[in-house]
Design a binder for this molecule. Structure first.
Ligand code: ZN
Ligand code: ZN
Length: 174
């Protein structure tokens, strides 16, 4: 067998077989350690890449919540135009997330809406209000419209709870 250079100490040695990469058991052990450390660094890097920001978590929570709204309202028409149609359904916020972020996960504030109303008519809010009063009552609509809701900042933990909670609710309804 030809001489090989030890992977660890670079010394030349004559290998007993083609798999032998080190000159001695000590160097072989060192090589195993190095490989393990390398694998760990790689895994840590992958885990870090997977780490989501709080914003990502809020978005994921919103997706699950919105899915629940569409399931809850699956037999109802669009909250704004009252149509049943074949297109895409959204979960439309009555008070927008921009205007009232504290109501982004409020079930009273979010209802099934057709894609044209949601995307092209800014939520078709006048029709939305009329039908929302019919659906949940004027008191609750007026409550939604108040400007003194408690501000909320959703932590990653909050988002995880919301996701878990609404995933279970979706399962019940599906
Ligand atoms: Zn060696
Ligand atoms: Zn509509």
């Amino acid at each position: 067998m030809r001489l090989k250079k030890c992977k660890i100490c670079r010394a030349e040695f004559s290998p007993r077989n083609s798999l032998q990469k080190c000159c001695s058991p000590a160097c072989a052990l060192e090589l195993v350690k190095e490989q393990k450390a390398k694998a760990e660094r790689k895994e840590l890097k992958a885990r870090k890449a997977k780490l989501k920001s709080r914003r990502d978590w809020v978005k994921d929570a919103q997706d699950v919540f919105n899915k629940f709204i569409r399931l809850r309202d699956k037999d109802l028409p669009c909250i704004s135009c009252g149509r049943y149609h074949q297109g895409q359904w959204h979960a439309g916020h009555y008070r927008s997330v921009g205007a009232a972020p504290e109501l982004r996960f409020c079930e009273l504030n979010v209802h099934k809406q057709c894609q044209p109303c949601n995307n092209h008519k800014s939520g078709n809010v006048i029709e939305y209000r009329i039908n929302l009063i019919k659906k949940i009552g004027a008191d609750k609509v007026e409550w939604l419209e108040r400007q003194d809701h408690e501000a909320k900042k959703y932590s990653v933990e909050d988002c995880k709870e919301i996701i878990q909670f609404y995933k279970a609710k979706c399962k019940e309804l599906a």
